[in-house]
Design a protein around this ligand. Structure first.
Ligand SMILES: *[C@@H]1O[C@H](CO)[C@@H](O)[C@H](O)[C@H]1NC(C)=O
Ligand SMILES: *[C@@H]1O[C@H](CO)[C@@H](O)[C@H](O)[C@H]1NC(C)=O
Ligand SMILES: *[C@@H]1O[C@H](CO)[C@@H](O)[C@H](O)[C@H]1NC(C)=O
Length: 474
């Protein structure tokens, strides 16, 4: 009797324990992999319209970007004309003449999802009506429209910030309002890392911005983005460069978990402020950190080179890896300063769910450099991994050619071949399955092997990155 009771108790305890272990997921069951899509802000700011969003959605499908995983079409600030007499937001009738529900329904018909924007303040950042105090009305309206995603900003918050508790409580109100609607809505915080959301936002949201706003520069410092570290940053600001945001990820690496991603801000690839090699660093490192990937350019005018960057399946497979973790920076050294007084090299790694490890060697210096890393350094935290031989695959080795990308832009709509080494159809097979099946587009090209005790060295161009998948040699 006592024995069987004990057995039962043990069984219950085991069940409880395993359900704790299975708690990976997210607070609302959504966004189990980092969200991918497009947002108009970086390229269009307030210049939004039904036409812009619908043409963009069609282009996302045509270029194969939907099937690469870019699912959310997100409308940013400046879409409303205020509130009506019952307190509901009303879309601007000049910008959205057919009304929002008609547009959203057309976007859904293309197999895409629709995102909207507001601020946890009395006004949005562009001084349109904000949602503070109107959370349930706004959530109900968006749910009735068919909205799938909310980007929720931090401007004009009436002083309800400055401590984690104040920010937590303010953002929690909208979280509950969205849940009350019963519609599945991804909740993306945009409070710029204020009050350390990476330490409290996992239980109420699906992602959180960790820095002030990006600008389309590689490493140009700007006094309006005063912090160079996330820890202790009290004024996130804006005009933050790619290297500024990247380095702020180093300290908060353990605070990226499944269902809550540290959002490094929308991508600038295609907006003209950086070289091709700099855009490759930007895109690769956002993917490496499991950041949401939101294209931030006019994709109706996307160049072949930029299409090749946005569609690199070997990089997207890292972003969409089920490990859902950020990368660890092992070292950063200063090198000869450029005109901005900047110049650095750094080495980062991330372990993936199948045991592969990604190695990134970044050269943010003025000259091309031979960079290297030892196996002992790459696997500092893994003594058994240090004793293995590793094959090294360059994740940019199979970049889509300008010819292939031009063909797609000019209307070649033949389906993505299941044996392509340059493109991948994630609507037909998930990245995870693709990796398990050894799909040729997802691992790049083999460039070396590293023996125990060995060193891997590679010439890395100025303002460039070498990003490699290490697979245990058979
Ligand atoms: C305000 O907007 C809501 C939602 O669109 C609508 O149901 C309501 O009838 C409107 N109220 C007025 C007074 O126009
Ligand atoms: C690795 O890089 C360091 C620093 O540049 C250099 O001193 C060393 O010789 C390099 N080692 C190899 C094996 O390339
Ligand atoms: C991707 O696969 C889906 C499902 O099989 C298919 O409907 C779609 O047309 C494919 N897309 C491309 C660009 O090949």
């Amino acid at each position: 009797m006592i024995r069987s009771t004990l057995k039962m108790l043990l069984g219950v305890a085991l069940l409880l324990f395993s359900s704790m272990l299975a708690e990976a997921g997210s607070y609302n069951g959504l966004n189990l992999l980092p969200q991918m899509g497009w947002n108009n802000w970086n390229a269009f700011h307030c210049d939004v319209s039904d036409n812009l969003l619908y043409e963009t959605a069609q282009q996302i499908v045509k270029l194969g970007l939907r099937d690469a995983g870019y699912k959310y079409v997100v409308l940013d600030d400046c879409w409303s004309s205020g509130r009506n007499d019952s307190g509901y937001l009303v879309e601007d009738a000049k910008k959205f003449p057919r009304g929002m529900p008609a547009l959203i329904s057309d976007i859904h018909a293309l197999g895409l999802k629709f995102g909207i924007y507001s601020s946890a303040g009395v006004m949005t950042c562009a001084q349109y009506k904000g949602s503070l105090g109107y959370e349930q009305k706004d959530a109900d309206l968006w749910a009735s429209w068919g909205v799938d995603y909310l980007k929720y900003d931090n401007c004009y918050n009436e002083g309800q910030s400055g401590t984690p508790k104040l920010s937590f409580d303010r953002y929690k109100v909208m979280s509950q309002a969205l849940a009350t609607t019963g519609r599945k809505i991804v909740y993306a915080l945009c409070n710029w890392g204020n009050d350390d959301p990476y330490d409290w936002a996992q239980t109420l949201s699906n992602s959180g911005r960790m820095s002030g706003d990006i600008i389309d520069t590689f490493n140009r410092p700007d006094a309006r983005c005063p912090c160079t570290e996330s820890v202790g940053c009290v004024w996130p600001g804006f005009h933050c460069s790619v290297m500024n945001i990247l380095n702020k990820m180093a300290a908060i690496q353990p605070r990226t978990i499944q269902g809550y991603y540290n959002d490094m801000d929308m991508l600038e690839v295609g907006n003209g402020g950086q070289t091709d090699s700099e855009y490759v660093v930007h895109f690769s490192m956002w993917a490496m950190h499991a950041s949401p990937l939101l294209i931030g350019t006019d994709i109706r005018k996307l160049s072949p080179a930029n299409l090749a960057i946005y569609s690199n399946p070997a990089i997207l497979a890292v972003n969409q890896d089920t490990s859902t973790s950020a990368a660890h920076r092992h070292w950063l050294y200063r090198v000869e300063p450029d005109q901005y007084g900047e110049g650095e090299i750094s080495m980062w790694t991330r372990e993936l769910s199948n045991g592969d490890t990604i190695l990134a060697l970044i050269n943010a210096g003025m000259h091309s450099l031979s960079m290297n890393s030892t196996l002992d350094e790459i696997f500092f935290d893994g003594p058994s991994q240090r004793k293995q031989t590793w094959d090294v695959y360059d994740l940019w080795a199979n970049r889509m050619s300008e010819d292939e990308a031009s063909g797609i832009i000019n209307g070649d709509d033949s389906p993505i071949s299941p044996t392509s080494s340059t493109r991948f159809n994630a609507s037909a097979m998930s990245y995870d399955e693709g990796i398990k099946n050894g799909h040729p587009a997802l691992t790049g090209g083999k460039v070396a092997s590293i023996e125990p005790g060995g060193t891997f060295a590679k010439e890395i161009p100025s303002h460039g990155v070498g990003i490699f998948r290490l697979k245990a040699a058979k």
